[in-house]
Design a protein around this ligand. Structure first.
Ligand code: FAD
Length: 418
């Protein structure tokens, strides 16, 4: 630890917090991460797309993006209800997993700088520094506090209570199945493809990811499914209610999803999905996440800064949540490094770069989810774009997600940082 370095308190020990800690350390700061969970997070999480900026920033954090980090797919297809390929395009992407990235970032940080069981309750600040107050009664003092505490951020709630996530009108059912449990003929036919099923008004995609223990060896991988389903707020409230009658409004933890809710979605999978995908889904233990848009009107509050999902949440269609958290961390570290010790100047630069970047990403992802959001409107109130979808264009948009994110990065002049 550098005794003379300034200290950053990073709240949240997921990908955003880990990226911030690594890159601030690289810029000469001492950085400690405080995560509310008592236990290691590495076991949770599912599939995750990658972008070149994510790979570059991992390298900057000292983590090589080798073949153990993900599974390469080279083709995207759309299956009809009978399981026949109706559209096929080439596509080069590496599909990784949240646990794989988390493990790599976590292991590369000294254990003493990652503290579990630290739930932030409040932040106090004065001329000389910032204090984080935790639920266990302890407090920590630093020069800067990074709120990397996700879509329901405690830090944002204190400084920007008016910035709330807005429900997009649909949920994502998520499932992962071990490759060994996938029926042999299904494995042979679709396992290595990026596969769409498009029931009327809905959208499902599936792809291979690293398996248990982040294994990428054939036979030990996982198959990841994301199934977007329009769900009105009343039905959502029921789905988010546990057996004890408690409604988890922002999203119910996976183990608490009621059995009847899971039985219903599995029934619907049988009648709506291509049989290969249904076979996988029926063997899995699915859970769901409501989809939200979140835009913060400001990112800096004295010595406090928001990054990652605490600042902006773009719908998953551009697959850029982890990439955005990494970009935020890189820009923050660079702005602070280049501000010659003037913290407020560095933070002001960060905010002026990352506010428009976050807004652009949210807008891009919202456009790609417009068909799904519109399903809750009466048919005669929907625009042509909201009523029909072009399957070729949809697959093409997925295949070129990195170009779209890259265009925003370049348009905002951020590419010089990677
Ligand atoms: C359906 C779906 C699919 C997705 N697919 C992709 C994809 O393909 N690619 C991609 O890049 N991203 C994807 N994402 C998004 C991605 O998971 C996140 O955007 C990314 O991990 C960055 O998040 P973060 O670290 O800022 O916040 P989070 O991952 O939400 O982490 C916040 C952390 O803060 C902790 N915390 C919260 N409150 C406190 C507190 N008071 N005190 C201390 N700790 C606290 C939490 O426990 C948590 O560990 C997807 C999301 C969804 C919903």
């Amino acid at each position: 630890m550098n005794q003379n370095a300034r200290r950053a308190l990073v709240v949240g020990g997921s990908l955003g917090g880990l990226f911030a800690a690594h890159l601030l350390r690289g810029a000469g700061w001492n950085a400690s991460v405080f995560e509310r969970n008592e236990e290691e997070l590495t076991g949770r999480g599912v599939g995750l797309g990658t972008h070149p900026q994510l790979i570059a920033i991992l390298r900057r954090a000292g983590i090589a993006f080798d073949e153990t980090m993900g599974i390469r797919v080279s083709k995207v297809v759309c299956l009809d209800r009978a399981g026949k390929i109706v559209v096929e395009q080439s596509m080069a992407r590496t599909m990784s997993g949240w646990p794989r990235l988390h493990q790599a970032l976590r292991e590369a940080l000294p254990a003493r700088d990652y503290r579990l069981g630290k739930r932030l309750c409040r932040v106090d600040q004065d001329e000389a520094g910032v204090t984080a107050l935790f639920a266990d009664g302890t407090r920590e003092r630093g020069d800067l506090l990074v709120g990397a505490d996700g879509v329901r951020s405690t830090v944002r709630e204190q400084f920007l209570p008016q910035a709330q996530p807005v429900y997009a009108g649909y949920v994502a059912w998520r499932a992962v199945l071990d490759e060994a449990q996938v029926p042999v003929e299904v494995q042979r036919e679709i396992f290595e493809l990026y596969t769409f099923c498009l029931p009327e008004g809905e959208q499902l995609l599936g792809y291979p990811v690293p398996g248990r223990d982040n294994d990428t060896a054939v036979g030990r991988r996982g198959y990841n499914i994301v199934w977007y389903r329009p769900t009105n707020p009343v039905a959502l409230a029921d789905m988010c209610t546990d057996v004890g009658g408690h409604c988890h409004a922002g999203g119910i933890p996976p183990p608490l999803v009621r059995k009847d809710v899971i039985a219903r979605v599995k029934d619907e999978a049988k009648s709506l999905l291509a049989p290969q995908i249904a076979e996988i889904f029926l063997r899995s233990e699915p859970f769901f996440q409501p989809i939200f848009d979140l835009e913060s009107p400001g990112l800096v509050f004295g010595r406090v800064v928001l990054t990652g999902d605490a600042a902006f949440v773009a719908r998953p269609h551009v697959g850029a949540g982890a990439t955005k958290a990494a970009i935020d961390a890189a820009i923050l570290a660079d702005c602070l490094r280049d501000s010659g010790g003037d913290l407020q100047r560095g933070l002001a630069r960060f905010e002026s770069a990352q506010l428009p970047f976050g807004r652009d990403l949210v807008a891009l992802a919202r456009r790609q989810g417009v068909y799904l959001s519109a399903q809750l409107k009466p048919d005669d109130e929907r625009s042509a774009e909201e009523r029909t979808r072009d399957i070729d264009a949809l697959l093409h948009a997925h295949g070129t997600r990195s170009d779209q994110v890259g265009e925003i990065v370049a348009a905002r002049g951020l590419d010089a940082h990677f």
